[in-house]
Ligand binder design. Structure first.
Ligand SMILES: NC(=O)C1=CN([C@@H]2O[C@H](COP(=O)(O)OP(=O)(O)OC[C@H]3O[C@@H](n4cnc5c(N)ncnc54)[C@H](O)[C@@H]3O)[C@@H](O)[C@H]2O)C=CC1
Ligand SMILES: O=C(O)C1=N[C@H](C(=O)O)C[C@H](O)C1
Length: 250
């Protein structure tokens, strides 16, 4: 059987270099291009890439995806910075290229996906919830894409259960003291040398708390998810948001 031809964008970054090694080590995949900032995207078509893994930056990912989708190259995207406007633009490109698939995975870690799912399941049972994400200090964005997604999932579950705004009697606060408000869920971002990627979701109600925590201790933890995405996206046309859709969790 012929190998799937894979390109990595952002190949010299922290995640991209790990992805290059993971693709090279996979028997069923062939690394055909490894692009850094400034390299021409035409290298993808010249190399005959079938799947492009994007681990770049929010300012680069849209141009990369527009090129890939318009050339029928499937995308596996870990890059953060997704907004409704960006997703709408991507859906438009995909509509013009109906056989092409793009997976956007806020987090490739299997444990992180489970953490998000557990938080979503717990949300309707608790009056209070706070998300705390903790990352290395070289991370460009805050809050993390994972934390934003977690907060959105929790907010959706609370709304479906008919829960209103959570109680918070704060009347005076230093700006930022209560974190960022993501759909009504406070999200706090810690940046600390020594960390990789970590998140806690704190739930509270009368007389009890529940903490759901996940830790990525090494970027190798993301690679099984990246490889799963690469193998599955070729048979999943359109936009898939979240690796959970490829994990058969239900
Ligand atoms: N979904 C997930 O599981 C994970 C996602 N991430 C996200 O992935 C992205 C990258 O993270 P890191 O590797 O830590 O950052 P990084 O800064 O180490 O790497 C980004 C690399 O992309 C390169 N780059 C920028 N524009 C480019 C372009 N147009 N073409 C090719 N290369 C380009 C940069 O020069 C840099 O080498 C971030 O958005 C981060 O939040 C990071 C870890 C896990
Ligand atoms: O930049 C990182 O490191 C990470 N980014 C992703 C995010 O923003 O959620 C995934 C993981 O948290 C690591």
């Amino acid at each position: 059987m012929s190998k799937l031809r894979v390109a990595v964008l952002g190949a010299r970054g922290r995640m991209g270099s790990e992805a290059v090694r993971a693709v090279e080590a996979a028997d069923d995949l062939e690394l055909v291009a490894a692009l850094g900032r400034g390299d021409s995207l035409t290298a993808l078509t010249e190399a005959g890439a079938q799947v492009a893994v994007d681990l770049t930056t929010p300012d680069s990912v849209m141009e990369n995806l527009e090129f890939c989708v318009s050339h029928g190259i499937h995308g596996v995207v870990g890059t953060t910075g997704w907004s409704d406007e960006r997703l709408t633009a991507l859906r438009g490109w995909l509509a013009d290229s109906p056989d092409t698939g793009v997976l956007i995975a806020p987090n490739f870690g299997i444990g992180a996906v489970l953490m998000m799912r557990f938080a979503q399941q717990a949300a309707r049972f608790y009056e209070s919830v706070e998300v705390v994400e903790l990352h290395h200090p070289n991370k460009a964005d805050a809050p993390s894409g994972t934390a934003a997604r977690t907060a959105q999932l929790i907010a959706g579950a609370r709304e479906a259960a008919g829960l209103g705004a959570q109680p918070d009697a704060t009347s005076t606060a230093l700006e930022g003291a209560r974190g960022a408000d993501v759909d009504g869920v406070p999200v706090h971002s810690v940046r600390l040398r020594g960390l990789v990627a970590h998140q806690e979701v704190l739930f509270g109600d009368e007389g009890e708390t529940l903490t759901v925590r996940h830790d990525s201790l090494h970027r190798g933890s993301f690679m099984p998810g990246v490889l799963l995405g690469v193998r599955r996206v070729v048979s999943e046309p359109g936009l898939t948001f979240g690796l959970e859709h490829f994990l058969d969790l239900d």
